[in-house]
Design a protein around this ligand. Structure first.
Ligand SMILES: [Fe+2]
Length: 264
């Protein structure tokens, strides 16, 4: 039901690129209703943070902000004269500490948003979102999509024809499933739900380790090394199980800190 609704919302969107800013327009040629989308990189954990905003009302949201980059992010929000409305987490991160709580000190009206399954973070979050929950910024809507698997509480967020996939779907890869209650079978089903979005939907992952910043659902269905459309669940579970990755260096400090939205 929700995905049907989401697909309808995507139909009339047209995408335009200009160097660092991506504009999705409801009405071709009418920049008054454009969406600002800025991918921001953090090197230590290869995290991609996204600042998105309605260019007219200046209402904004930040997705997966990192503590060490807080000065950059505050500076950009202030420089662009944005009104930060939502500080959104895709999940409880194990490789870095969120700047959600510290950001809220600078932008006290902003609401901290996290997936409803993350009960450990309920005390510090303002909004617990489930499937289909809508967070409006100006004329745009951020639609929450439950994509568990990397962790049980993982969310993706769709804004027009752009989906922010956190640690569910990466560019040519996926999130790992070997800690924090991860489940490869669950992630398989979540990514197949994302695969029902139109092929032209732009994919913005929570991390990239290879220098990429954006893909599309169509590209990932065809070229993803772990979960392309013609791989069955068993193949995916085996491939993810064979990743043999080291545990994240900060897991012991990051997870408890992120249960408090970054309040140390
Ligand atoms: Fe993660």
């Amino acid at each position: 039901m929700i995905i049907t609704f989401i697909q309808k919302k995507c139909i009339n969107h047209i995408h335009v690129n200009d160097k660092s800013t991506h504009l999705s327009e409801y009405d071709y040629g009418d920049l008054r209703m454009s969406l600002i989308c800025k991918p921001l990189f953090e090197q230590d954990s290869s995290t991609l943070t996204y600042l998105i905003a309605d260019s007219v009302t200046r209402e904004a949201a930040i997705i997966d902000a990192v503590d060490s980059m807080i000065d950059r992010d505050i500076g950009l929000i202030q420089e662009l004269e944005l009104n930060l409305k939502f500080i959104i987490e895709t999940h409880i991160h194990a490789d870095h500490i969120t700047s959600a709580c510290p950001l809220k000190k600078t932008f006290p009206l902003a609401k901290i948003v996290i997936g409803i399954e993350n009960i450990d973070a309920e005390a510090c979050a303002d909004i617990m979102v489930g499937e289909g929950h809508i967070l409006p910024i100006g004329e745009h809507e951020i639609v929450a999509i439950e994509t568990p698997g990397h962790t049980p509480g993982c969310m993706s967020y769709l804004v027009g024809n752009q989906v922010f996939t956190g640690d569910a779907l990466f560019i040519r890869s996926t999130g790992r499933c070997d800690f924090q209650g991860g489940s490869a079978s669950m992630l398989y089903r979540s990514i197949h739900k994302l695969f029902t979005l139109p092929d032209s939907t732009l994919v913005y992952p929570g991390h990239d380790y290879n220098g990429f910043t954006v893909s599309t659902i169509g590209e990932e269905k065809k070229f993803n090394t772990l979960i392309r459309l013609d791989f069955d669940e068993e193949t995916f579970v085996e491939k993810v199980g064979n990743l043999n990755l080291e545990p994240p260096k900060k897991i012991d400090t990051a997870v408890p800190a992120n249960h408090s939205c970054g309040l140390l």
